[in-house]
Write a protein that binds this ligand. Sequence first.
Ligand SMILES: Cc1cc2nc3c(=O)[nH]c(=O)nc-3n(C[C@H](O)[C@H](O)[C@H](O)COP(=O)(O)OP(=O)(O)OC[C@H]3O[C@@H](n4cnc5c(N)ncnc54)[C@H](O)[C@@H]3O)c2cc1C
Length: 391
Amino acid sequence: MGLCLALALAQAGIPVCLIEQLGDHNLLEQVPRAGTNHPATLEMFDRIGLYRRLEPRGIVAPLFHYRERRDNELIAEFDHIHLKDDTPFPYVLQCERMKIVEEAMALAKQHAPIDLRLLTTFTGFAHHADGIVARVMVPTGEEEEIGGAFLVSCEGARSIVRKEVGIKFEGFTYSDRTLNIEVAYDFRRHGYAERNYISDPDEWSNLFHWKGPPDRWRVHFPTAPDDDPEAITRPETLQARLQRFLPTGRDFDIVASNLYTVHQRVAKKFRVGRAILAGDSAHVNSPIGAMGMNSGVHDAFNLANKLVAVLRGEAAEDVLDRYERQRRHVAIQHTQAQTIRNKRLLAEKDPAVRRRNHDELARTAGDPVRAREFLLRTSLIASLREAERIR
Ligand SMILES: Cc1cc2nc3c(=O)[nH]c(=O)nc-3n(C[C@H](O)[C@H](O)[C@H](O)COP(=O)(O)OP(=O)(O)OC[C@H]3O[C@@H](n4cnc5c(N)ncnc54)[C@H](O)[C@@H]3O)c2cc1C
């Protein structure tokens, strides 16, 4: 998010200082996270010259599937081609966050007005009448102060800014963690699309394809709250779980695995004076539906437009309150509501409700008008249009 915001501001001629605790040697060593980029996000990446760098590194995926795990039954296939009149990118791009960070960082290094401070840890800040001063620890371990007109917290869910100004992070945390297993195996030979949401009353899952080499697929499974993390991530346990999911009779080539905790939270405020929250520092949600990073990028572009207008003297500072009104509305009414619903849909236990849900999905996918409306919502285009109407 920070990189997208910095690029959007710098390209409008606004000088930016980007503070990042990681350095060139470890920036790309983070755990795998986001990777599905929706059409509206691709439009934004295109605006800053990032899309053309990402497309060759990702997989263009117009289709996604809802499936029933038992018998691998296809419930509904959605095709983004229904959005051809809504976006120049009627597909998602499967391209992992690390590749986006790498390419955005390369772009940022080419932009003169971006003062890139790697290996520099943000530790706190102070407000002044007409600006802020950020406190950082530089690579030598010394403290330094950096002044600016505004401070945008793109620090992720543990935002120091959010805590320092005492903004509540309202919501809840699921008691169960999600297990992510990365496998080098071509699931398409079993009929799967590049993105699959797989419903099961006992063990729902998600299955996503990423470009290699070697190509990898990410399989998500739920775990029980009292599962022992060490026991459930042993190689033989992972193999057994994958074999239950898809019995091939041969060991899967497991590339990596990790467990993550899922939070559904939205900050009570997105702005206190000249300190502003964006991305995960403002909202976090389950990855089912691929909305976290996408909606964070949408925050960054919304905010960039408003900061440019304020800093050029073309808008009053209270336009930043509109940023909060628009993006907080999207976080609550779209990303939270939809990701909570997505998990419930996949994990539903009542057979009658499951049947009803699946019939409804099949009917929606089979009707071009309803399929388009559905895709406008899942791809977050509807959220952007709705936000535009908020004054
Ligand atoms: C398993 C998983 C799968 C996901 N899949 C998707 C998906 O398909 N699509 C989607 O849209 N979202 C997905 N998400 C969510 C997505 O990863 C996040 O929403 C997104 O990465 C948030 O971006 P951010 O820039 O706000 O924060 P982060 O990605 O957390 O970045 C924060 C940056 O700030 C730096 N930083 C933190 N603290 C400091 C400090 N004190 N000083 C200096 N630097 C600091 C960090 O090093 C990091 O570089 C997924 C999440 C998970 C866990």
